[in-house]
Write a protein of this length. Structure first.
Lengths: 266, 408
């Protein structure tokens, strides 16, 4: 079992521009309206990088910035765990389509934006942080893997760690091979349990079975989004964080084994 | 802050110089390179006529004839054939399965570094789109293109059900797997981990590095005054990590950092590289003079070698160092694991590889570069891996976990 505290929360998704908006819906106080968000222009990115950065990078940094502001922490001091199933889906499509047309002149920017850790790279440049950043992938268990890695890092370093998970749809035709619903980025600042001021306390444990079932969301539309976007698979945890009391969720890892996460609001 | 050492109880590497760590050691000893001139061709997942690139590659021979077991047929792609081939060498899969049996499946993690996973498979699928633009029905995204495909295959192959994920931070990916696995172990979440890295040749990286004008026309010449870029290779490497006190070699520490400088160019003074090496020394509880050998990232680009050379000289003084990329090329997401295995071979065999293809060391690189192979007992070795996005990782390995704090 690993105990830790949540110091900050960030949310970017259709209809959710930030954590207060998401909390109102996830707690049941407001109805979910799936509306298009304004294209994010993360304040973390300098203008030159904003032009070059991929959509994945922009939504990841938007959620990251919200969580860091709520935690009241200087990002220069904080290691970060970035996670995505799809990485930069538009860039992967562009490169495969170019190569298939015998056009081998990939632009240097497109190539460096194709790496899975493009968002975390832009992040460290944007905030000027020399701390460790990593970039993880575990298909539909991506966000769960990132939560565990973040908690373990925070405990070992005895310091806060930023977690950001983000996933966007692939363009056609990869969209048929890997349907993905909407663009989502979710962020948490996780710290050892004694850190204050905390929003909530978390306890992570192995579910203990090999056939665990994810906690579902009660709102049918949000549930379909949860099932359709790897990052949104973390939404049940955010719904638990939106409750005032105790709660528990099951989040599957990539290989089917699950994390059991209990939450207690502070 | 010093962290507890973790035993490396088995390892294996497959590259252009051959299958398994014995073939690697033999090639290093004989100074036999696996690099060859690139030729555009129709081949397994390198199936376009391809661009006319004037460069050298480190290709693993025989991937065309590798067949995955029937139950994992959907994982079939160049990258997973290479992962599967790599797992079979040095009885690694048997040793890993025995560890899973010993500790229980949920107590063993699988963490694999990869940069491009099965993108060659997607490149081919795009060429095979139908008239309406659909990919072939046979294209299986999750088991090929997604970065999770290799870790999922490896986890199933060894029977592990602990935390399973890919780390994809470009060319530092499979060095960072050691750090992530050691953390999970020290947190008590797992008892053992299969870590590794696998990356395979594809048009995306060949053309991408060509666009950056970073491909060498000759076999790469790390740290040479006339170096002109990288030779891309492919490879797979794996290591079994356990908390035990009777292993011949240990992970003593890892350090991770960010350049915060540029997406595809290292910090000119190697700032992030310095922080990674210092972090690894701190985690190992070692003084810089304890490092007997450094396996450099040493890509043979102008910018990497001069930045890394300065950083190594500054942090580690005159520690003997070499880049082994002249043997098998730059393995990108598999570089960290395979070059860590070179460091482990150096520790186990009292053998230091030199730097192949390099004759005239760049005076702009003030580190102490080994050109020729050397034979001597060493106690502690460090391996550097740096990637796009300014992602850096240094790992330190040594013999005896109980005597690690006494410099040799």
């Amino acid at each position: 079992m690993i105990a830790c505290a949540v110091l900050g929360i960030g949310v970017y998704g259709p209809g959710f521009s930030d954590w207060p908006a998401a909390r109102a819906v996830l707690s049941g106080a407001a109805a979910y309206v799936r509306s298009d968000n304004a294209a994010p222009a993360s304040g973390l990115l300098p203008s030159a990088e904003r032009r070059r950065a991929t959509p994945a990078t922009r939504i990841a940094l938007t959620a990251a910035q919200q969580a860091l502001i709520q935690a009241g922490l200087d990002p220069v001091q904080i290691p970060a765990v970035f996670a995505s199933s799809s990485g930069n889906p538009d860039i992967i499509h562009d490169i495969c389509a170019m190569l298939a047309s015998d056009d081998y002149q990939i632009s240097p920017t497109k190539f460096h934006n194709s790496v899975h850790n493009a968002a975390s790279g832009y992040y460290s440049i944007a905030v000027g942080s020399h701390r460790a950043v990593t970039s993880l992938c575990a298909l539909d268990g991506t966000a769960t893997a990132a939560l565990l890695e973040t908690a373990v890092q925070a405990i070992e370093a005895d310091a806060p760690v930023l977690m950001v998970s983000y996933d966007l749809p692939y363009p056609f035709p990869l969209s048929e091979a890997r349907p993905t619903v909407d663009a989502w980025a979710l962020a948490l600042v996780v710290a050892p349990a004694t850190f204050k001021p905390a929003i909530a306390q978390l306890r992570l444990s192995d579910d203990g079975t090999n056939d665990a079932v994810d906690t579902a969301l009660s709102n049918p539309l949000l549930e379909s989004i949860r099932e359709g976007n790897p990052t949104a698979r973390m939404l049940p945890l955010f719904a638990a964080l939106a409750q005032s009391g105790l709660s528990e969720v099951v989040l599957r890892q990539g290989n089917g084994r699950a994390l059991r996460v209990s939450t207690a609001a502070c | 802050m010093k962290s507890a050492p973790v035993a490396i109880s088995a390892f294996t590497a497959t590259t252009a110089v051959g299958r398994g760590h014995r073939a690697l050691l033999d090639a290093l000893n004989a100074r036999r390179s696996g690099l060859k001139r690139y030729e555009a061709r129709s081949d397994f997942e390198l199936d376009s006529a391809g661009p006319a690139l004037d460069t050298w590659i480190g290709e693993v021979e025989g991937l065309q004839s590798i067949t995955l077991p029937e139950q994992w047929a959907r994982y079939d792609c160049r990258n997973n054939r290479l992962a599967w081939l790599g797992l079979q060498q040095d009885e690694f899969i048997t040793t890993a399965r025995a560890a899973v049996e010993r500790y229980g499946p949920a107590r063993v993690a699988v963490i694999i570094g990869t940069s491009t996973s099965g993108i060659a498979h997607a490149e081919r699928a795009y060429r095979e789109r139908d008239a309406e633009g659909h990919l072939p029905q046979s294209f299986s995204y999750a088991t090929t293109l997604n970065n999770f495909s290799a870790p999922a295959l490896v986890a199933q192959a060894v029977g592990a059900t602990g935390p399973t994920f890919a780390i994809s931070t470009a060319c530092s990916s499979s060095a960072k797997v050691f750090a992530a696995a050691a953390r999970l172990m020290r947190a008590g979440w797992i008892d053992a981990a299969v870590v590794g890295g696998v990356d395979s040749l594809c048009m995306t990286t060949l053309c991408g590095f060509a666009a950056l004008e970073l491909l060498s026309r000759d076999p790469c010449r790390p740290y040479d005054v006339a170096r002109s870029g990288i030779s891309i290779g492919e490879g797979a490497g794996f290591a079994l990590m356990e908390m035990r006190a009777d292993a011949p070699v240990y992970l003593l520490g890892a350090g991770e950092s960010s350049d915060a400088h540029h997406m595809s160019t290292p910090h000119p003074e190697g700032l992030g590289a310095r922080l990674a090496m210092r972090g690894a020394l701190d985690a190992a509880g070692l003084a810089p003079e304890s490092i007997d050998y450094v396996n450099l990232h040493g890509t043979a680009t102008r910018s990497n070698d001069s930045a890394e050379g300065r950083a190594v000289a500054d942090v580690l003084g005159s520690a003997a160092s070499s880049s082994t990329k002249g043997w098998f090329g730059h393995l990108l997401g598999a570089a960290g694991i395979v070059e860590s295995i070179v460091a482990l071979l150096a520790l186990k065999n009292g053998f230091l590889p030199g730097t192949l293809n390099t004759t005239d060391v760049d005076p702009d690189c003030p580190n102490s570069l080994l050109l020729d192979n050397a034979t001597r007992h060493i106690s502690v070795a460090l391996s550097n891996s740096f990637g796009f996005g300014g992602s850096n990782c240094s790992v330190v390995f040594g013999h005896d976990a109980t005597t690690q704090s006494s410099p040799s």
